[in-house]
Unconditional design. Structure first.
Length: 572
């Protein structure tokens, strides 16, 4: 028992010695941050302390048997003096001091390495940016596009596999009353263009062509949705569309950001080409021409001086009414009322009754067939049955005639007209043979031209690299913006650098006996509107030609039937 107490006494003495050494004051009188590498003088003063810490450490190993004896004593039921826990913890904390310092130094070195790595990555990114800028400058040099193709891994390019297909997106309103026929007409014109073309040929290698058709619903929301869908598809080379000015305006910023090129066959709002959109082009005549020519027709030919203007709230309709109103006022006429309707509304009697109070001679409507047809029908209920009614290309087609019925008789509508040619007549014949009806809207020709301009652009700027077709989007956009003397189905197209391509004439038609008949052709010459009267004939000439052909066939059959009778009479 006395031996056990003696051993515990020695153990306590050693513990107290360790605690006493740890509690000795530091050489520096005031606390300072621990330096990464301690000064030499401080290290020499701390050497005795290190020796005192190391000596007990060796003796501490002797305490282990004591602990074993303590356990044995506890098993025998003997009392054992407890070592204070706090003292033991302090003794344990004093020993790893140098290890903690080493750990902190290692962590600091690791942080420095991470910082160096991040700086190296930033420098690499800066060098990459400089490289890209240099490559863009080289691409912008004159003649660079014609002599050297962009690499498939640099810039904004479209890559088509050796056995792949050049895909052109098509956005049009394919649903909704009064809207779907217009979009279907665009789709059909584009389909005929693709069917006739079949392939594009680049560096002697052929690639098939196809359309990716989407419904933009003739709305801003639909235009945005389709634009996002197209720009997220790496296989879409360019886009024909959207169809309506509201969709075009909403989609343009999205296409701009992605570097896409679009050609709309039907977005006519005048300021779309002055809004700074890099992606927007159109193969159809601007409302700046259509609205102006319509105003001159109303004032000069019809002799009208009081007009009530209505639009459907769309950028197309409102823009058209704005152009017409400005020109009509400039000529000396008066816009006695300007109102708007909502697309989809069906009852306009209250609006028409209010307009009747202004006593207009003509109602001009900027919008599409469904609303136009109801306005034409309901004007009689407001006492406006003798008031003339006129629209634009949005209603100039068979859809309006079918919806309006008898109320459509006598209604005027303008639209851009193609140059008369044998090629256009052949196109119309193929259209009717393929789809079993005449075009329901006026955009088939402009859609056909839009597809062919884009495919010409692919052949002009595309190159074949390792069997793959590589198309640089920037070069494609530059080609389209500089199109010159393009012999299109609708006439000769010339780009002016802003997105305008078509400066064709505008026809003024009237519904007579259930079909639109051409009355006047309007053009702008030296900033002056010139209206030329034409012989009354169906606006879509193929119908008249077919009737004439049928009449000739009947006449030939009659002559053949009469010949035997004449021969028999002569013999008698």
């Amino acid at each position: 028992m006395s031996k056990t107490k003696l051993r515990w006494s020695l153990a306590l003495l050693m513990v107290f010695a360790i605690v006493f050494a740890a509690c000795q004051p530091q050489a520096t009188p005031t606390p300072t941050p621990r330096p990464t590498e301690p000064p030499t003088e401080v290290a020499e003063e701390e050497e005795p302390v290190v020796e005192e810490e190391e000596a007990p450490a060796e003796e501490a190993e002797e305490t282990e048997p004591a602990a074993e004896e303590t356990e044995a004593a506890e098993e025998e039921g003997e009392e054992v003096a407890a070592v204070p826990t706090a003292v033991t913890e302090e003794a344990e904390e004093t020993e790893p001091t140098e290890e903690a310092v080493a750990t902190e130094e290692a962590e600091e070195e690791a942080e420095e390495e991470v910082t160096a790595t991040e700086e190296a990555e930033e420098e690499a990114e800066e060098e990459a940016d400089v490289t890209e800028e240099a490559e863009e400058e080289a691409t912008e040099e004159p003649g660079a596009l014609a002599t050297e193709a962009p690499s498939a891994d640099l810039g904004n390019v479209v890559t088509v596999a050796e056995d792949g297909t050049v895909v052109i997106g098509l956005a049009a309103g394919l649903s909704g009353e009064g809207i779907a026929p217009l979009g279907i007409d665009i789709q059909r014109g584009a389909e005929i263009a693709v069917a006739r073309r079949g392939v594009v040929t680049v560096d002697g290698q052929e690639f098939e062509v196809a359309l990716n058709v989407q419904d933009d619903q003739c709305s801003a929301e639909g235009g945005q949705a389709v634009a996002n869908r197209f720009v997220s598809d790496e296989g879409i080379v360019a886009v024909v569309g959207p169809m309506c000015s509201s969709a075009c305006r909403a989609a343009a910023p999205i296409f701009d950001a992605a570097g896409f090129t679009t050609i709309s066959p039907s977005c006519t709002q005048a300021d779309l080409t002055t809004a700074g959109f890099s992606s927007f082009n159109r193969s159809v005549v601007s409302d700046a021409f259509q609205g102006r020519i319509a105003a001159d027709f109303i004032y000069q030919v019809l002799g009208v001086r009081r007009v009530a203007a209505i639009h459907d709230g769309s950028p197309y309709g409102e823009g058209l009414v704005t152009v017409l109103s400005e020109r009509f006022t400039e000529l000396g006429g008066e816009i006695v009322a300007t109102d708007a309707v909502n697309v989809g509304d069906t009852d306009f009697r209250g609006l028409l009754e209010d307009i009747a109070q202004a006593d207009p001679e003509l109602i001009y409507f900027g919008g599409f067939p469904a609303e136009a047809a109801r306005l034409a029908q309901q004007r009689a209920d407001a006492g406006l049955e003798d008031t003339l009614f006129m629209g634009a290309d949005g209603i100039n087609g068979t859809e309006f005639i079918e919806l309006a019925g008898a109320a459509g008789e006598g209604v005027y509508a303008s639209k851009a007209i193609p140059a008369s040619s044998e090629e256009f007549d052949q196109f119309l014949a193929e259209y009717e043979e393929t789809y079993g009806e005449q075009p329901p809207a006026p955009y088939h020709g402009t859609a056909y031209d839009a597809v062919n301009i884009l495919l010409d652009a692919v052949e002009a700027v595309g190159t074949v690299q390792d069997g793959q077709l590589v198309i640089d989007r920037e070069a494609l956009a530059e080609y389209v913006r500089s199109v010159s003397n393009f012999q299109g189905l609708t006439g000769v197209l010339n780009a002016d650098g802003t997105g305008e391509m078509s400066f064709s004439d505008v026809g003024i038609d009237q519904v007579q006996d259930g079909q639109f008949v051409r009355l006047y052709i309007g053009s702008v010459v030296d900033d002056e509107v010139v209206l030329t009267e034409v012989e009354a004939e169906p606006a879509e000439t193929e119908a008249a030609e077919e009737d004439e052909a049928d009449a000739e066939d009947d006449a030939a059959a009659t002559e053949e039937a009469e010949e035997p009778e004449a021969e028999a009479t002569a013999e008698e």
